[in-house]
Structures are given as C-alpha cells and as structure tokens.
Design a protein around this ligand. Structure first.
Ligand SMILES: *[C@@H]1O[C@H](CO)[C@@H](O)[C@H](O)[C@H]1NC(C)=O
Ligand SMILES: *[C@@H]1O[C@H](CO)[C@@H](O)[C@H](O)[C@H]1NC(C)=O
Ligand SMILES: *[C@@H]1O[C@H](CO)[C@@H](O)[C@H](O)[C@H]1NC(C)=O
Ligand SMILES: *[C@@H]1O[C@H](CO)[C@@H](O)[C@H](O)[C@H]1NC(C)=O
Ligand SMILES: *[C@@H]1O[C@H](CO)[C@@H](O)[C@H](O)[C@H]1NC(C)=O
Ligand SMILES: *[C@@H]1O[C@H](CO)[C@@H](O)[C@H](O)[C@H]1NC(C)=O
Ligand SMILES: *[C@@H]1O[C@H](CO)[C@@H](O)[C@H](O)[C@H]1NC(C)=O
Length: 804
C-alpha cells in the first residue's frame, strides 16, 4: 500500500530526528562532568558523566510542578526519565531559575532555594580551601573530593530508592547498623520518603523489605547460604551479572555489576513496594523489567492502607471497604493507596451498628483472640465494645479487631468471612441491588451521541458501585482472573537457537517480517523463534517487541522468553503455543478445528483482559495497534495470548495522543486512522470489536462479492439485530448450529457494536469490556454506527453473504 509506505517513512524520519537530537544533546554537554569549588549549577544547567550515561541537574517528576536536584539516566526522553538519585527528596523547590546547587570554597555542596537559603547540603568540609571538586562518575556516583583526592562525600553512600551497579547495600559492623537503605518514593510524582524501605539486617547480608520501618513482607536468607539465590530468584540472570557479597572487619555489603559493559542495570524499590530490577541494552532505548519481588502486589504489606481491600489482578488493585471512602483521592489517582480509606458515616455504637459480612477474604493483621464459644457470642463480644471494628469466627476461634483494619485481601477461594462494623445506614445502601434502566434506542439520531455518553458515564459509576457490592454481600464468582506470569528475559546466543531449532528447519509460519520456527530448549521447553529479516524493518520490529513485551507479563499476552541480537541476526524467543492462531480455527473448513461457543467466549474475555492490562495496568500505556485473529495465539488449553507487538506503541502515563503514523491492518482499522486524528487506546478497542464479530460469526468481516462490491458483515449484523429486531442467534456462526449461551451471545454482540462506534468517546474502555463480558456491568443496546448505516446496501447484496 502506497499510503502505508509513505506513512512509515514519516515514522522513520521521526525516529531519525529523535536519534539525532538525543545524540547532539549528548555531545554538547558531555564535555563537563565536574562542578569545581566556587561554581554552581542553576536553572536547566546540568553536568553529564564522561560516558554520557548519567546527568545531574534539576528535574520535575511527572506532572509535578516542583523541582528536585537529582541524577538520571540520559537514555530516555524527559517523560520516561529514570531518576536514580534525589538530593532534596523531602524538600522540593518551587522556583527554578534562582535556585542553585553550589560547591562552596570550604568543600560543602549546598542546594540553595530562591531566597538563597540552604535546603540540603552534604555537610562536608575540606581542609584545603578552594580545592574541592564534585564529579559525576561513569557509574552515576556523584563524588566530592578535596584537593588531595580524599572522598569527602559520595551519593552512593546516600542512595534514595535505587541501587546502581557498583554501589553498596550493606551493614556497618562497627556501628552495628545498616550502612545504606533504599526508601521508596511516595508516588511517581513525589520522591519524598515513602512507606517502604529495604536494608541489610545484619552482618550476614540478609535483606528485608519493610513497611513503615516495621513489618517485613519480603526478605532474603543470609548471603552465605545457598538459599540466598533461590530467595532472590536470580539464578537465570546470574549469567549476565556479577553479584558479590563482600565482608571485612568493618563492613559487609552486596554489590553487582553487569558483565557486558554495554548493558545498564539497576535495582530499585518502587513506590508500590516491589523491589525491581531493570536493564537497558543501549541500542534499544527502553528499560526492561527483568526481576521483581514480591511477585504479587497484595503481598506488599499495607499496600491498600487502612480499610482498603487488595485484589490481585483487578483494576484498580485497591478498593475501599463498603461504607468507606478514599482518604486522599488525589494520591489514589497516582496509584498511591497507602493513605487508605475512612468511614463515610461514623459509628454510633450502643447496639446501633450493623455487621456486614465480607466473603472469602484474607483477614487483616493485628487481631485479638477472645475465648468465647459460638459465633453469636463472638459477635456480641465485638458489638459490646465500641472500639471493636470487625470480628471473625474461624477455626482458630473468635477474633476481634480494634481500630484500623490493614492488609485485607479479597480472595477467590479459601478465604475467611470477616464481619465489618458499619453504621446501620451504610449497610442498607451498599446492599441495594443495582440495575440499569433500559434506554430506548431509535431516538432522533442527534440525541444518540448524548445518550451514549451519559450511558457510559452511568456505566463507570455502576461499575464502581457494583464492585463494592461484590466484595461485600454477593457471592463472588470464582473466575480465576488473569495471573501474572513471572519471567526473565534471556539473551540467547545465536548458536543456542540454531541448535534449538535444528538449524532453523521446523517452520511454523512466516510473513513479511521473516519466519517463525519451532524449537526446543535443552530443558525441553518448547519454544517459538521469530527470525526477523530485512535490516531496517526487522530492527524496528525487534526493538518494538522487546521494549513493549519485555515490560509486560500477563497470562493473556504471549510471553517473551528472550532475544538474540548478534551481528545482523535479530531473533525473538517465545513460549510455544500448540493451538496456533485464532484465525486458523475461526475460518477453517476443517470441522475438527471449530471452537464451541463457551471456548469462543472465554477467548473473547481473555483477549479483553490482556488488552485491558496493556492499556490500563502496566507502567506505561501500550497500544497494540494490530489486533486481529492472526495475532491471537492459543495455548494447549485454548487460553488466548495477544501476540505480535511489532507495531505496538508505548505511550507515557498521561495517555497522550501522540500516535499519528499509520499502522495496522485494513478491516480492523479504526476510522481515526484514516482521518488523521491522533490515536488512543480506543483504536485497539475498535479492532477488538471487529474481531469479536468474527469470533461470533466465524466469518471474515469483509468479503468481496462476485460483482466486485465489498460486503461488510458488522453492517449486516447490526442492521439485522438492532433495527429489524431479529434474534441475536441469527448472526451466530452456523457451524455452531445455534448452540450458544444466548445471554453471553447478546453481551458479546452488544460489546462488539459499542466497540466499533465511530466516535472513540462512545467506545467503552477495555477494562469496561472485561466487566461487561464478565457480567459485572450491564450494557444497553448500542446504536448502529452511523458510518455503517451509510454503508448499508440493499438487503440482497448483504444476504448473499450467506450464500457461499
Ligand atoms: C567545566 O569544568 C571546568 C573545570 O573543571 C570549569 O572551569 C568550566 O567552567 C566548566 N564549564 C562549564 C560550562 O560549566
Ligand atoms: C536553558 O534555559 C535558557 C534560559 O531559560 C534557555 O534560553 C535555553 O534554551 C535552555 N536550554 C535548554 C537546553 O533547554
Ligand atoms: C546535613 O546536616 C543536616 C543537619 O544536621 C541534616 O539534617 C542533613 O540530613 C545532613 N545532610 C546529609 C546529606 O547528611
Ligand atoms: C508509621 O510508624 C510511625 C511510628 O514509627 C507511626 O507514628 C505512624 O503512624 C506509622 N504510619 C502508619 C501509616 O501507620
Ligand atoms: C565480580 O565482582 C568482584 C567484586 O567486585 C570482582 O572481584 C570480580 O573480579 C568480578 N568478576 C567478574 C567476572 O567481573
Ligand atoms: C577498617 O577500618 C579501620 C579504621 O578506619 C581501617 O584502618 C582499616 O583499614 C579498615 N579495614 C578495611 C578492610 O577496610
Ligand atoms: C474494648 O477492647 C479493648 C481492646 O481489647 C480493651 O482495651 C477495652 O478495655 C475494651 N473495652 C471495654 C469497655 O470492654
């Protein structure tokens, strides 16, 4: 396609431009890595390490309006900046131009605010006047030396949340205390001391991650033991990194360095309480998460704060208990839930309160056991004491809680029942049944858009309410929900893959990009190897896949096991999917490959979950840009995996509308691709809707008729069901012989119609789609998209769709 080519050229030149600007930027500042005695840095001045990897200067995190002095990797653009050290983390500056970092003649490095008041300092003094220097080293360490090169102070001794290669995390044997400590940021926009920290607990090198300096929720064994490796589960990346534990009479510490000097790597304690390790292969320009612990978010102690409920793999992860509201909603918006929730209505006590039963939860911490027999007496014991906020009668007897409730988790099974004390008025309102008023369709067309928007608003409200009800009074469905896979990216050698694929002989498929081969690893794990060909196109796809898929882990996304980048060879290694791609089942003439309705529905839900994760749950928003049945793979159990991230695009967290280049496949492309409007995640929603029609009908949406006319299945289907009042079963794949759950089919059909609405604002989000398909959110009949209405040809053309 011509337009495709010219568009991708625009994309190329944009890439080149980016490359150019970042290169020139580097060159112009690389000259100076030093602040000399008497000098200062102010405004947008920075110093850069000699190798060009690190930069020191003022920065503002995210959308914050505050200024901080810090060190960051030069690799990424400003909005993806990886800050590795912050000087004034608890004391931000409001005014940039007049603030400065100054090295005084006495050897003290001081940060001065606009009133020239010191707000941070190294407190160092040099014996030699006017001879000290502060140098930003190639390892990212800011080192302050006096004239005789004695180290007066260095940033490696005062880490914030990040441990860089070459830095120590250790224990001071003489002072008998941790020598360094990493403390999380409060949220992505505030580097102030957060609630999580990690440090060495003793001279043997065991590390603990703690909440508020007390409760430890993850720890390693002592370094000297074999189990140290298994606790940190680093075995599979030991090949790439040199880890050492050094112990002498004064100190013991952990440190690491990458074996390959072109790899950058660091460990950081993220504000969500997880210890994470990222690495960057320089040419790829994006960070890859290779390791994190604990692997489950709800294992992080106190993550949802007081009276919050944690639910693994849900969106958002934290909710308030019924009858409670977010204490600091602004922090919740930044995914910082540690402030927890507060009661909406205060308790009246004296027998006026009710107890609400929460099903299947992990009980909060700090219970008191009381020796009463029956459940009724347990309730009485709690209701008679005004400070009692909840009770549970478990196999361990009667437990009561006084004051705040921390660490409740909603489980899918094997949990306990917790009885929560609430004001009577809160119990009746949260127990109310929620239903949606049907809104008649066929309103004047101008009104439709308005109605749709308000319906969507209602949706999201109801979504929230209904979830609350779900955690409280109704029986939870036991759907397992998406699970986080947990893997490392391995850098394979060319010859390893050559052996694994028997000299690239067992071909599974191919395309313009190259070929896909089947292989087996030495530990007999079956793999699929994608061998990219065509130097520039291959390189682009390679980077795109590694940088997007390397960042994400989800049961409904294909798992990237590793990659190979040697010379001109670019290969990607994935889990092998024994059932092939979705299109091979949907459009197959082979009866044995036909998928029954419930499998199709599970596939639709799975894909939606995978996309919801991409759009809403991972660190950056990722738009896949090429959703179609060919890019959905099925494993042995027919669990769908979204694959082929060669066109995917990572957007910053602010979901900025930056994509204007043409990507994707005709037939699944949202109208905004062709109208030149910038692209959002709703483009994926559109493609998903198109694909959903194909899953329902088992036929391609678009088909060229004998007379050369293009037929468009969704048009026919929407028209038939919505305006002609036919049964939804009539659009079902006839190979299924009308055997389908009609409620599910109706839901799927409505979702598909909503997804392909012309206006992206009318399309639901992927998260809402999951809820609708799971039956948690109700949905109204959608309008027929207007542009489809225009496409409506006479009935005969359309009916001929069915006469093959
Ligand atoms: C670079 O460093 C040298 C001394 O190390 C200093 O004299 C010079 O002023 C610095 N240049 C800039 C632009 O800061
Ligand atoms: C730094 O700030 C000055 C004055 O505010 C401005 O003229 C200059 O373009 C800025 N430099 C960079 C690299 O942003
Ligand atoms: C410098 O001293 C002040 C006052 O004692 C202290 O608050 C601050 O933390 C010290 N700075 C560093 C970097 O140790
Ligand atoms: C953290 O601990 C301090 C005392 O060490 C306490 O005052 C504070 O309330 C605790 N924070 C939370 C959120 O519990
Ligand atoms: C690993 O690190 C230790 C301590 O820093 C060092 O002695 C050793 O030579 C390093 N090994 C390699 C292969 O880099
Ligand atoms: C331990 O500290 C003492 C006193 O500062 C010093 O003399 C000695 O060299 C240190 N030992 C090591 C192994 O660094
Ligand atoms: C309520 O329970 C708390 C905590 O167990 C206890 O300290 C207090 O004395 C009790 N109050 C009454 C009135 O029993």
């Amino acid at each position: 396609m011509d337009s495709n080519n010219s568009m991708s050229c625009i994309f190329c030149s944009a890439l080149l431009m980016f490359f150019f600007t970042s290169k020139t930027l580097l060159c112009s500042v690389v000259a100076n890595n030093t602040i000399s005695s008497g000098q200062s840095l102010s405004g947008n001045q920075t110093i850069v390490s000699q190798n060009g990897n690190f930069e020191l200067g003022f920065f503002t995190p995210g959308k914050s309006l505050k200024y901080y002095m810090g060190i960051w990797y030069t690799e990424a653009s400003a909005e993806n900046r990886m800050v590795v050290w912050v000087a004034n983390r608890d004391h931000p500056l409001n005014d940039l131009p007049s603030s400065e970092l100054k090295l005084f003649d006495n050897g003290n490095l001081v940060l001065l605010n606009d009133l020239k008041m010191p707000i941070w300092s190294t407190n160092s003094t040099s014996k030699a006047f006017k001879s000290s220097t502060a140098v930003l080293g190639d390892d990212g360490n800011l080192v302050l030396r006096d004239g005789s090169s004695i180290i007066l102070w260095q940033s490696f001794d005062h880490p914030t949340n990040t441990l860089l290669a070459g830095a120590k995390l250790g224990y001071d044997k003489r002072a008998k205390m941790a020598a360094q400590k990493l403390t999380s940021w409060r949220n992505s926009e505030d580097p102030a001391h957060g609630i999580y920290s990690v440090q060495s607990e003793g001279p043997d090198g065991n590390f603990e991650v703690r909440w508020n300096g007390s409760a430890a929720y993850w720890s390693t064994d002592a370094w000297s033991t074999d189990s140290f490796y298994s606790t940190i589960k680093l075995r599979s990346i030991l090949n790439s990194f040199n880890f050492s534990f050094i112990s002498n009479e004064n100190e013991s510490y952990f440190t690491f360095s990458p074996k390959d000097k072109s790899v950058l790597d660091f460990v950081m304690l993220d504000f969500n309480g997880q210890l994470k390790s990222y690495f960057l292969v320089k040419e790829m320009q994006s960070w890859n998460l290779i390791w994190y612990q604990p692997t489950l978010q709800c294992q992080v102690y106190g993550f949802c704060g007081d009276f919050g409920v944690c639910r693994e793999n849900s969106l958002p992860v934290c909710q308030c208990l019924p009858g409670f509201k977010q204490y600091h909603p602004k922090d919740w918006d930044l995914l910082d839930y540690s402030g927890g929730c507060v009661r909406e209505t205060s308790l009246q006590c004296g027998g006026k309160d009710w107890f609400l039963k929460l099903h299947n939860v992990r009980l909060p911490v700090n219970s008191k056991a009381s020796r009463v027999e029956k459940a009724d007496n347990c309730k009485l014991a709690c209701s008679n004491n005004c400070s009692c906020s909840a009770y549970a009668y478990t196999s361990a007897g009667c437990l009561t809680w006084h004051g705040n409730l921390l660490n409740i988790q909603q489980l899918d099974s094997d949990g306990d029942d917790l009885y929560l004390r609430l004001a009577a008025s809160d119990v009746s309102s949260s127990g109310r049944k929620v239903s949606v008023l049907p809104i008649a369709i066929g309103v004047v067309s101008g009104m439709i858009a308005l109605a749709v928007i308000s319906v969507l608003v209602v949706f999201s409200r109801l979504g929230r309410m209904k979830r609350k009800v779900n955690t409280s009074v109704t029986e939870e469905d036991n759907s397992p929900g998406p699970m986080h896979h947990y893997t490392f990216l391995t850098a394979f050698e060319y010859k390893q893959l050559k052996v694994a694929t028997k000299n690239f002989s067992d071909k599974l498929g191919g395309g313009g990009f190259g070929s896909v081969l089947k292989g087996v690893l030495p530990d007999s794990t079956p793999i699929a190897v994608k061998k990219l060909e065509g130097i520039s196109q291959g390189e682009k796809q390679f980077r795109s896949e590694v940088s997007t898929l390397g960042l994400v882990q989800h049961v409904n996304l294909v798992r990237l096991l590793g990659f190979c980048s040697e010379g001109n060879n670019r290969m990607l290694v994935y889990d092998f999917m024994s059932n092939g791609s979705l299109d091979s089942h949907l459009f197959s003439k082979d009866d044995s490959k036909v998928l029954n309705w419930s499998t199709r529905y599970q596939i639709a839900v799975g894909i939606a979950r995978g996309l919801a994760y991409l759009h809403e749950q991972c660190r950056d928003c990722i738009i896949h840009c090429d959703i179609k049945p060919e890019n959905i793979l099925l494993d042995a159990d027919f669990t769908p995996k979204v694959a082929d991230f060669g066109l995917a695009k990572i957007l910053g967290h602010e979901f900025s509308r930056v994509l204007t280049t043409f990507r994707g496949t005709v037939g699944y492309l949202a109208p905004e691709w062709t109208t030149g409007v910038a692209i959002t995640t709703k483009a994926d929603v559109y493609s998903y809707g198109m694909m959903l029609f194909e899953i329902i009908s088992g036929r391609r949406n678009m088909k060229q008729h004998v007379n050369g006319k293009m037929c468009f299945f969704p048009t026919w289907a929407a028209n038939k069901v919505l305006s002609k009042g036919h049964q939804v079963l009539c659009i079902l794949d006839e190979k299924l012989e009308c055997i389908a759950d009609v409620e599910e089919l109706t839901r799927a059909f409505s979702v598909a119609c909503w997804c392909i609405q012309e206006e992206e604002i009318q399309r639901p989000s992927m998260g809402q789609i999951v809820q609708i398909l799971e039956g948690l959110l109700e949905v109204n009949s959608p309008p027929i998209p207007k542009y489809l209405e225009a496409l409506l040809e006479n009935e005969e053309t359309i009916i001929s769709f069915f006469s093959e």
